[in-house]
Design a protein around this ligand. Structure first.
Ligand code: NDP
Length: 252
């Protein structure tokens, strides 16, 4: 068995684990934010938690890709650019702009760090070490530009939806309100939908097994959380809009 075969087996096993995690998250919501009120050990301020959790994502994949000569490949440069756009926001801008997020349990920060290190390593190895980056002709392939457009659309939706949530606490009173406007007219968690679209688009643009693995893991994390948020909204606000779905307009 070659090292490439072994890497493929690791990736397939990693993908196979995601649905099991999704099933667990349907039963037990990840204990942060509105679902983290119980006793889950020590906590850190939300801003610090997000920064520590997402910093490895901002670093690991780019460092591995650059160290293996990724800057010479226009395709890898495109994927890296999209990556840094997202994680520059998530690790630095998002925490700085957070108004009053609930303190983050250390156990969530630690599991986020572990996930981001594993994911970044798999992407770095898969896209720039085990497989040579695709040639420049890939940029003319519809998968490259459809995936890129999907990523950018998802990014815009994620940014806007996170901004709507921040606006709900602008008066400094804390607590939860019913979000309005944008895609909140149709779903409870357009920020999660945007994030899923981003990484599905990125997976299509990379047309790679590690890219697929990350998209599957993102959906496995965020689909259960969207369903749990949606049920929570319905329980908490008796006048919650009936036509609003959890994640997918008109469907789910
Ligand atoms: P949430 O929507 O649960 O919360 C985002 C922020 O808005 C929190 O500060 C929260 O406060 C606040 N908030 C949420 N709903 C309301 C409301 N109705 N009224 C007032 N304030 C509200 O998102 P997450 O914290 O789970 O995720 C944040 C971002 O990170 C999202 O963009 C998401 O896509 C991304 N993410 C990505 C993951 C991935 O696997 N790629 C995994 C998890 C998140 P509080 O903290 O007090 O609840």
């Amino acid at each position: 068995m070659t090292r490439q075969d072994l890497f493929t087996i690791v990736l397939l096993s990693w993908i196979g684990l995601a649905p099991a995690i999704a099933l667990i998250l349907l039963k037990i919501a990840a204990p942060y934010g509105r679902h983290g009120k119980g006793s889950v050990g020590p906590r850190v301020p939300a801003r610090l938690g997000w920064f520590l959790m997402e910093l490895p994502a901002l670093l690991v994949f780019p460092v591995l890709a650059v160290a293996s000569g990724g800057l010479d490949s226009p395709v890898l440069l495109l994927l890296l650019g999209l990556w840094v756009l997202h994680y520059g926001n998530r690790a630095v801008v998002y925490p700085l702009r957070l108004t009053a997020g609930s303190p983050m349990p250390v156990v969530i920060v630690a599991s986020g760090v572990a996930f981001n290190v594993i994911n970044g390593t798999l992407l770095g190895l898969g896209l720039s070490v085990f497989d040579a980056p695709r040639g420049i002709e890939w940029l003319a392939d519809p998968r490259a530009w459809v995936g890129t457009l999907m990523f950018l659309g998802g990014f815009a939706l994620n940014l806007h939806s996170d901004q709507v949530l921040r606006g709900l606490r602008r008066d400094g009173k804390g607590g939860y309100r019913v979000p309005q406007g944008g895609l909140y007219r149709l779903v409870s968690c357009p920020n999660y939908l945007g994030e899923i679209l981003e990484w599905t688009g990125w997976a299509i643009a990379s047309w790679s097994l590690p890219g697929l693995a990350f998209a599957v893991w993102t959906a496995a994390n965020l689909l259960p959380r969207a369903l749990t948020h949606h049920q929570w909204y319905r329980r908490t606000f008796p006048d919650y809009p009936k036509c609003r779905k959890a994640l997918l307009p008109f469907l789910l």
